[in-house]
Every structure is written in structure tokens, then in C-alpha cells.
Design a protein around this ligand. Structure first.
Ligand code: SAH
Ligand code: SF4
Ligand code: F3S
Length: 445
């Protein structure tokens, strides 16, 4: 644009984003920050001209947090009338205008499929109007999100390749908040991956609510997640590939095989099962059984014997009996998890399970504790078994002590190394010498 008189350069406005929920929200927050031109990100809400909450609707607590957080911003807005407050993410999608009714100081509400419209919405909010967009348009929002030129990145990054879900588990809001399942085209994913590598990224985690259902358009038709991984494997400078979250029913043969043959694919698989009782799995509409899950794990371990398996569990699903719970514990015993996330069932309005009779809260609490104790034991035993081994560690940041660096092993354990000569972004071999509550320690080989 050529203008005779250059506009006086205005100070960038300040943007504070708070992110809740899953890794996809982390990725989305980064992209929203990039898309909002004329803003610099800040670390506290007090300095901000715009506050954006990127929210999660998965459990009741997660959703309620948003309103209590908004309540806290009331004072800020009273002091600074120009401050704009926005709500993005899955609560925005699920509750839409209701948010502005409950918290009239909210200026902007934007659902996860409309982030490419954020600059327009921001302008509308700036002009004093309420801005709301919870459409689910067909276009690929990421293609319409502007990216600023080449800021250097840390060694690890998320890259969303698939979004949404068609599975409709009886407890889950994701199919409603993220919409139908869509995959991004292969060339777009590869271009973004190359760009990340140029900016310093060494490890990419491919994201999707059902990432292994990926079927992006590519050369010669749709490509599977495994085919995508093999193309990423060819990118020089990209050293590690991960993906999350997978559904057991989409764990295809080529993906299992890739775990055995692709060196860049890390030996870690997050494969939620939710319950070990067939009766409950059926009521959950999971479309797999405990047995089919166990056989799947067997096949994955045959391809990659040392793979670390991670899972998700819901305890206290409606009508869950002591026997159902015992079945879940038995499945956990058989799998031997290196990591797991477990949650007490939370009723989500609008989902099929919301109509059913709840398990007594104390019973559910006791089951959760029992399950978590078992998983902690397994996790700890697997982590402790790393002592004495030599592992490749990707160093991500300095540790708490002078000269110390922290990185991750292929199994995703945090590893601390004192007097570390390896730099951020380097992969170095480390002999593991001890295992603490949350991390390993070792020395460079
Ligand atoms: N797409 C992933 C999980 C998305 S949600 C999958 O299919 O596995 C992440 C986890 O939150 C789920 O795996 C489940 O364990 C938990 N979760 C989802 N809805 C829940 C609810 N209503 N109450 C408690 N936990 C829930
Ligand atoms: Fe939710 Fe089930 Fe879809 Fe996972 S597979 S996002 S738990 S509906
Ligand atoms: Fe939460 Fe939405 Fe992710 S509900 S877990 S932020 S997909």
C-alpha cells in the first residue's frame, strides 16, 4: 500500500490469552495470537487491552471455571473501559450468546471453527458492538488464519491435522463443540511442518480429537495418518514425530506397522479405553470391547515391544457396578500403563448419558482413588525401569539449577541433566541414573 503520508506508527495493543483444556486449544491459542495483528502477547491480564479465554467444556468444572474467571475481570474492566473481553473454545461453542447474558461484560464470543474470523470480530468489538460467531463453516479455518513471518520457535510444537469427531460417545461434548470430523490436506500439513522446522522445531505432535482417523486429501487420493507420517519422516531437521489422541477403532495396520519401522515416530501411544467393562463400554457407545482393546495393544507391542501406552478412564459412569469397576482394574493390570488420565464422570447437558442415573458420589470417589493408585504404581515402575538405560533426550529448556537442562525421552519422561553441555533443541544420549516422583535424572554419555 502506498500512501503519501505514512500513518504514525501506533503502539501494539496487548493481548492476554488464557488456555484451558486439551492440546488442541494450546495450538488454537497460538494461531489466534498470530492472527490478531497489531497485538503483542502479554503474560498477565492487568496489562492487557484484550483478554481472551480459550475454554474447555469437557467436564462441568472446566466449564464453570470460565464464569468464575470472568467474574475476576470485572474490576479490570471497570478501571479500563477500553478493555475487551473475549471467550473462545468449546464453552463458546456450546453456550454462545448465553455467555453474554450471564456475563454482560463479555464483548466477543467465538467458536473453534470460526477463528479465522477473529480479526473482523475484534474490530467489531473495538467499535463497541457485541461480536458473536459460533458457525461451523466448511472452509479450513487454518488456511484463513494469517501467520506472522518466521518467529523462532521452541524445539517442540503441536500441529493440528484433524479436528472434530463423529463417534458420539454417550458422555462426550466434543462432537457438538468441535463438529464433524475433518482432516486437513496433506500438502498443507507438510508445508506447516517444514515451516516449523525452519523456525527451530525438532519434534512435532500431530493433533486431532481422533487423530488416527486422519484421511487428508493428498496425491492419489486420501491418505492415512501412517502415510502422512512417512512423508513427514522425509523432512530433514524434523527428528521426532508424535500424535494424539487416537481411538482404538481407528488404529489401522499401517499405523501399527509404522510404530515398528519409522525411527522418527516415538515409542509412545495415547490410546484411551475409558472402561474395562463391556457392559459399560456398550452403554458408552464406544464400539469396542475390553478384549478387542487388549488384542490391539498386543499387536502394537508386537510391532514395537518397548512402546509406552497411555490411556484415559472415566469412573462412575451411570450404572457402573462394583463388578464393572473391577473389570476396569483388571484391564489396567493387563495393559500396564506408563501414563494415564482418569476422571470422575461428569454429566454434560445434551449428551445421551445425561439422562441416566448417577453412581453415588462417594462410591465414584473411592473408585477413582483406587484406579489412580494402581496406575501410579504402574507408571512409577515403568519410569524406574529406565534407570541404567541410555536414552536419547531432546533438550527443551534450562532446569531450576545453574547449568541444568531439562528434556524429554522418547517415552515422554522428563529428564534432568546437570552440567549439561547439550543445548536447547539438541538431542543427546543420556545415561539415566535416578528416578524421582515426576522425572528422571541422568548424565550425558
Ligand atoms: N478424543 C479423545 C478424548 C477427548 S476428551 C478420545 O476419544 O479418547 C478427553 C478425555 O476426557 C476422554 O478420553 C475422557 O476420558 C474424558 N471425558 C470426556 N467426557 C467426559 C465426561 N463427561 N466426564 C468425565 N470425563 C470425560
Ligand atoms: Fe469424545 Fe468419544 Fe469422540 Fe473421543 S471418540 S472425542 S471421547 S465422542
Ligand atoms: Fe475441552 Fe474442547 Fe478440548 S471440550 S478437551 S477444549 S476439544
Amino acid at each position: 500500500m502506498s500512501e503519501s503520508k505514512p500513518e504514525p506508527k501506533s503502539e501494539p495493543r496487548k493481548l492476554f490469552i488464557k488456555t484451558y483444556g486439551c492440546q488442541m486449544n494450546v495450538y488454537d491459542s497460538e494461531r489466534m495470537a498470530e492472527a490478531l495483528e497489531g497485538y503483542d502477547q502479554v503474560q498477565t491480564p492487568d496489562e492487557a487491552d484484550m483478554i481472551l479465554l480459550n475454554t474447555c467444556h469437557i467436564r462441568e468444572k472446566a466449564a464453570e471455571k470460565v464464569y468464575s474467571e470472568l467474574g475476576r475481570f470485572k474490576g479490570l474492566k471497570a478501571d479500563k473501559p477500553d478493555l475487551k473481553i473475549g471467550v473462545a473454545g468449546c464453552v463458546a461453542q456450546a453456550e454462545g450468546e448465553e455467555i453474554m447474558r450471564r456475563q454482560p461484560m463479555v464483548d466477543l464470543v467465538v467458536g473453534p471453527q470460526s477463528y479465522h474470523r477473529l480479526p473482523e470480530l475484534e474490530a467489531k468489538a473495538r467499535s463497541g458492538e457485541k461480536a458473536l460467531d459460533t458457525d461451523m463453516p466448511e472452509e479450513d479455518k487454518f488456511e484463513h488464519l494469517k501467520s506472522r513471518p518466521k518467529a523462532q520457535r521452541g524445539p517442540t510444537a503441536f500441529l493440528t491435522v484433524q479436528e472434530g469427531c463423529d463417534k458420539f460417545c454417550a458422555f462426550c461434548v466434543v462432537p457438538y463443540t468441535r463438529g464433524a470430523e475433518v482432516s486437513r490436506p496433506v500438502d498443507r500439513v507438510l508445508a506447516e511442518a517444514r515451516d516449523l522446522v525452519e523456525r527451530g522445531v525438532r519434534e512435532i505432535t500431530l493433533l486431532g480429537q481422533n487423530v488416527n482417523a486422519y484421511h487428508g486429501a493428498g496425491e492419489g487420493g486420501e491418505q492415512s495418518l501412517a502415510q502422512l507420517i512417512w512423508q513427514l519422516d522425509k523432512i530433514d531437521g524434523l527428528e521426532r514425530i508424535r500424535f494424539t489422541t487416537s481411538h482404538p477403532n481407528d488404529m489401522s495396520d499401517d499405523l501399527i506397522e509404522a510404530h515398528g519401522t519409522c525411527d522418527k515416530l516415538m515409542p509412545y501411544l495415547h490410546l484411551p479405553v475409558q472402561s474395562g467393562s463391556d457392559r459399560i463400554l456398550k452403554r458408552m457407545n464406544r464400539a469396542h470391547t475390553a478384549e478387542s482393546y487388549l488384542r490391539l495393544i498386543e499387536r502394537i507391542r508386537a510391532a514395537r515391544p518397548d512402546i509406552l501406552i497411555s490411556g484415559d478412564f472415566i469412573v462412575g459412569f451411570p450404572e457402573e457396578s462394583d463388578q464393572d469397576h473391577a473389570d476396569t482394574l483388571a484391564l489396567i493390570e493387563e495393559v500396564n500403563y506408563g501414563q494415564a488420565f482418569s476422571f470422575k464422570y461428569s454429566t454434560r447437558p445434551g449428551t445421551p448419558a445425561a439422562e441416566r442415573e448417577l453412581v453415588d458420589a462417594d462410591v465414584a470417589d473411592a473408585r477413582l482413588q483406587e484406579l489412580q493408585a494402581l496406575i501410579t504404581r504402574q507408571q512409577r515402575t515403568i519410569q524406574d525401569s529406565m534407570v541404567g538405560r541410555e536414552l536419547d533426550v531432546l533438550f527443551e529448556k534450562p532446569g531450576r539449577f545453574e547449568g541444568q537442562m531439562v528434556g524429554k525421552s522418547g517415552y515422554l519422561h522428563a529428564v534432568h541433566v546437570d552440567d549439561c553441555t547439550a543445548k536447547r533443541g539438541e538431542i543427546a544420549r543420556v545415561r539415566i541414573v535416578s528416578s524421582g516422583p515426576n522425572s528422571l535424572s541422568g548424565a550425558l554419555v
